[in-house]
Design a binder for this molecule. Sequence first.
Ligand SMILES: CC(C)(COP(=O)(O)OP(=O)(O)OC[C@H]1O[C@@H](n2cnc3c(N)ncnc32)[C@H](O)[C@@H]1OP(=O)(O)O)[C@@H](O)C(=O)NCCC(=O)NCCS
Length: 196
Amino acid sequence: MTKADAEKKHRRRDHIPLALSAEIRPCVRGDLPGLEWFGQFTPHRRVIRDAFRRHERGETIMLVVDFRGAPIGQVWLDVPKPKSPTIGSLWALRVFPWFQGLGIGRRLMHAGERLLQEHGARCIELNVDRGNAEVLRFYEHLGYQITGSFADTFNYRSPSGLQRAVQLDQWVMSKWWPDPDQAGPEPGRGVASRKS
Ligand SMILES: CC(C)(COP(=O)(O)OP(=O)(O)OC[C@H]1O[C@@H](n2cnc3c(N)ncnc32)[C@H](O)[C@@H]1OP(=O)(O)O)[C@@H](O)C(=O)NCCC(=O)NCCS
């Protein structure tokens, strides 16, 4: 084999066209270890489990994207509370890095918005870390606007029992849907208070 032939052989690429299918569904207990994403979110184990307890009580809805049994994406929804029955919030949206840019995040957002509307929400709020500015465009494409800011300390305990504190410095973003019967909620109330 000549040197040129050898170089040509090494340049050869085999392309595999893949048609993949994933399902958006409510989280079940068996998803919880997978939601730690091979250790990336293991420090948040208690946060995930606390959210799952609220999910079981119906206060929060955890949606996951199930790809062959692995939760490759998620969004958590706080359904409207009696004191603000038209405001829902949405947090902890993420898509596993290798699956980003395929339209999964947008589909998750639409699924979450639909569910919150079914629970009476006419306004959905979410928080974005100021250090995550590029994701603003993602939400703006989906119709969200910056309506306020939020600063707080988020405290949680790691699986090894260490108390952790994260300083939150975030934008609050909101999106509204027309309600034919009511004037709608006042913009910029900023109820979302989660680490997103
Ligand atoms: C943000 C995130 C959930 C988007 O999910 P995704 O599956 O990659 O997004 P999609 O493929 O559905 O993209 C939908 C649109 O948003 C755009 N978009 C996606 N991520 C973007 C980003 N970070 N900045 C700007 N635009 C973005 C896409 O180009 C696409 O545009 P199009 O509709 O014109 O084609 C994902 O990138 C992610 O998990 N990021 C890390 C966690 C994170 O930052 N979560 C948000 C916390 S507030």
